[in-house]
Ligand binder design. Sequence first.
Ligand SMILES: [Zn+2]
Ligand SMILES: [Zn+2]
Length: 898
Amino acid sequence: MDKKEILSKFSTDPERYYNVKLFENQGFERKSCATCKRFYWTMDENRTNCPDHSDDTYSFIGNPPTKKRFDYTQAWKEVESFFVKNGHTSVSRYPVVCRWRDDLYFTIASIVDFQRVMGSKVVFEFPANPLIVPQTCLRFKDLENVGVTGRHFSSFCMIGQHSIPNSHGYWKDECVDLDYRLITEQFGVDKKEVVFVEDVWEGGGSFGSSLEFFVKGLELGNAVFTEFQGDLSNYKTLEQQIIDMGAGLERFAWLTMGTPTAYDCCFGPVTNNLLQQTGIDANDEIIVQYFTEIAKYLEQFSGLSEVRKNAIKSAHLSDEQINRIITPLEGIYLIIDHIRTLIFAISDGALPSNVGGGYNLRIMLRRIISTMDRLSLKFDVNEIVDVQIDYLKNTYPELEKTREDIKTIIGIESGRYENSKLRMEKIVSKLNQKPTVEDLIRLYESDGVTPDYLKEMKVISDIPSTFYSKLSELHQSKKQKEQDQLSLEGLPETELLYYGDDPKEFDAKVLKSFDKYVILDKTSFYARGGGQEPDRGTVGKFEVIDVSKHGNVIVHELKNGIPKEGSVVSCIVNSKRRNGITKNHTSTHILNSSTRSVLGSWVWQHSAFKEEDHARLDITHHSALTDDEITKIEKLANSIVEKDIPVTIENFDRGTAEQKYGFKIYQGGIVPVKSVRIVSIKDFDIEACGGTHVKKTGEIEIIKITRTKRIQDGVVRLEFVSGETALDYIKQHDADLIKKSAELKEKMELKEKRHGQKQDMKEKFPILVEAIIQNKIGTNNVNEIIVDITESGKPNFCSTTSEQYDEFFHIGLGEKLIEKDPWMVYCGVFEDGDKIRAIIYSGDHAAKDKKAGDIAKTVSQILGGAGGGNQRFAQGGGKDKSKKNDAIEKVKSMVLGV
Ligand SMILES: [Zn+2]
Ligand SMILES: [Zn+2]
């Protein structure tokens, strides 16, 4: 059964699903829309159509149906005071980064605040009943509509009205009554204007009938009566019914203000500031006309460009008016909307990146910059952030704390975008046809080229409407962990001794043993979890090589056999290993909070790994760490160690823990159980954690960061050691340092010596050359230099293979020799590391016949390598050091012909 079918099923029984006391008391009439046949409830006897098909659609623009005007801030105050007056608790918003659900990056509806996933089931946990919450929700699917339609936002405030029907809370009758009175009494809308439309809403595995409420064609909210779970054709009644009313705060404000768009009354003074800077007259009559037409056509056409085209036509806009007023206005709306979303997301600890939910934020910022570039708008983004926070903090005072951090992150990310522009220009210049949606996605995913940039470069004229939704889908699903499926049915929960006295030696009964696995009735072996590696030791006479958790059962993996089922075995946990791991685990908590206070509020634990002798902590951060930052982090962490602060562990009900400490406790991810184990190091670090910890921070002795590295966009890894391992590391490190500096010193001395030698040589060369040339007869030996002098007009030969000479010497001597005697051929052969090299010079006269290049080729062949050069100078060599003398003999015979 699909949604339409279940709706018509519910609508055949309106008494059961839709009729409420209010309708009877006030005399509402149930009607079917003349156009679409949907059922709705109204007090207006002349109404014939549902709000989607009425003539009064969006007639509140320029003509609001209320006497009082309320902007975004004031509208919330009205809503809040009304519900509080009527017995509701007003709850602060939850973070927009949805830390308590691992299937969502961002909070998309107010009800998500109170949903917790346990296994495959969604449960509801309310901090109060009934309650209301001004929940900021992020939605990126309609991004191309933002700024254009007058009512689409990338983030908006959902007024959440939630109740569980019991002695405190209520069900349908009171819910609809409250919503009706909110609109009519608190906001002062005429009773006849309120229309309730029958609908069905499903999400998160549950669903129910719902009543959407409208005024002047504007949907203000939807009251969902959640009472079923399962899918639409196969469902059963929920144990717990839930009132899930979500309304758009921006829409309440818009309705009372009657501005051309919802953007005009929901961002505070910033809109007018930017309009003034651009020179657009906000009161221009054509703006009202145009956006009223847009509102009408939005229901009629699905394509945005179609909507826009028709609105332009109906409002009789000239090209000049579009370019001067409408296009820049759309740009301004987009910029303000996107900056507001970034303010919330960054404030709650999300970073722009190319992975996960971070990509949405990156795209937002790039859209802001390309829009400014395309329209030549020169706005100061920091100033826009400031003005917006000044306004938003009336409703969300917590934003003040992260004001500077938000500007820092936006600044860094903008800089990166500017730097990547040159590369993007190149990529774009190579495009030879109009890109498809798939091309656009690939261009963004692999090259970071946004469609907004392509629009700016005039490669495309419009962004395809499916682009952002397709891209969103790509990034929606998160990876699910896979685990071996073992048959463990019927086994009781393992008693966890490590959460109690934590004995390192204990006896336990074997409940089940198979393959290489054993399950005990109780255990002190810590199972792999929360980045902490498992314990080792022995169970009976068998070595434990792995320990894992399957539901509530601990499975030990053994080597070389398993004990008998039913037997009692004595078990020993390797306590040295456990101690190392424990110190590293508490150190991870200390480092996590240290990095946050040194670097900024955006730092969250991304993941962690704790072994006996090493550990790592991956944090969310925008750039690689500098030496100075590392020093500061290490210093702060060690000051916490020195203070010897007690590490306390307490169990709380999950809801209580969240209310008391906030969502920062979920550094290690979500907690899928109702009771939360809170590990605190005073106020310095408070986390929900199931790992093992030291009793006082002093036990850690010392924390040493050994290496840091940016491992992916937005994630930095810190590798570290603690306790004894850290002390050993420092000792070793110091010894290495001493060794290194000694080596360096030696190197420097050698270099100086060589330099001295070279100077010496330079002075000696002329004398040496003179001696060689003077020695006219036969073969002689001058400093192991062999000289063959022939009669005048024939080539002479000089060579050396002496170990005491290097490249510098051969080049120096060869040059000078052939200068002095143009009939001379010089060959120097010497060893250089694992190679043997030859340097050849041939004087001007000798070179006519005996070219240096030819000689080098021949000699290199003998040495097992290759060589070459010109006729005057050449070099070569090979690896065969044993052929040294053969090589010289060959050269000699080539030159002298003997
Ligand atoms: Zn209709
Ligand atoms: Zn932990």
